[in-house]
Design a protein around this ligand. Structure first.
Ligand SMILES: [Zn+2]
Length: 287
């Protein structure tokens, strides 16, 4: 039930993701109506149903009959699956909904940057910089909301009031815990962004770019500690394995650059969805 609702939300966001990625790559404005990339005919509302329009139009533009690239329905389906999975993992409550919205935002931005970096090795500033600012503001707002909610909840009952200062430090301890994603996120964002920046300076810009620094800072902010560190390790591992496969297959030679952003995105999505399981497993290794 929540899964299907998530899928519908996801496919709608999928067409937004594709539009943001295309417009970033084409240096076009984010505003204005969607149009066919071949004949530039403005699309009508009935052309814009994710997946369904593609199926009903038989994969062709209504106006010029050119094939609509498969990237469109594929992006929509991928977003549909990701958001459906996110919904099935979520316990819906007053306190979890702001977190859920922020996670959806995180996924949308990650997939946009995956597409732009994968296709053109480009991480657009006009996506990643507003994303960092919005997530920082959201984390502050969510923290204030959670602490305010806790205070309000406790102040409603005589027993709750006993847990408020000056009677007890219960409220302070829980408020500090609620602020953890905010301060650990800022710390991780600075750490990962700074680490990537130092890699650029040491390697004189080979293999990593300024876009990766900003994407790293965004991921650190959103995933926090220790998930963000795991995401970075995972992306270095998958990136290395993928490079070796490409070299063995003769598609690339040693030292040739491949975009790092897609691996950062994959590592982050893995940690977003399975971070707890991976950390449990890691702790059981006893290291
Ligand atoms: Zn057309």
């Amino acid at each position: 039930m929540w899964g299907s609702a998530g899928f519908i939300v996801g496919v709608v966001l999928g067409s937004l993701v594709k539009a943001l990625a295309d417009r970033s790559l084409g240096m076009k404005s984010f505003w204005g109506r969607s149009y066919c990339p071949s004949c530039k005919a403005g699309l009508r509302w009935y052309d814009l149903f994710p997946i369904f329009s593609y199926i009903f139009l038989n994969g062709k533009c209504r106006y010029c009959k050119k094939k609509i690239p498969l990237e469109y329905p594929i992006t929509e389906i991928i977003l549909g699956i990701l958001i459906a999975y996110l919904f099935t993992q979520t316990q819906f409550s007053l306190i979890s909904i702001p977190d859920l919205i922020l996670k959806i935002f995180f996924i949308v931005i990650l997939v946009v940057l995956f597409i732009t970096d994968f296709k053109k090795m480009f991480i657009p500033d006009r996506i990643v910089i507003p994303a960092i600012i919005i997530s920082l503001i959201s984390l502050v707002a969510i923290t204030v909301y959670k602490i305010g909610y806790l205070y309000f909840y406790l102040s409603q009952s005589p027993i709750g009031r006993k847990l408020l200062p000056p009677y007890s430090d219960y409220f302070q301890r829980h408020a500090l815990a609620a602020a953890e994603p905010l301060y650990l996120g800022i710390l991780m964002g600075l750490l990962i962004g700074g680490f990537f920046l130092s890699l650029i300076i040491i390697t004189r810009g080979k293999g990593m770019g300024g876009g990766d620094v900003k994407l790293g800072a965004f991921i650190g902010l959103m995933l926090g500690f220790p998930q963000a560190l795991f995401a970075v390790v995972l992306s270095f591992l998958t990136g290395a394995i993928f490079s070796i496969i490409l070299i063995i297959a003769g598609k690339k030679h040693f030292g040739q650059t491949i975009p790092f952003g897609p691996f950062l995105v994959l590592g982050s999505l893995i940690m977003l969805f399975w971070g707890n399981q991976i950390m449990d497993w890691y702790l059981k290794l006893g290291v």
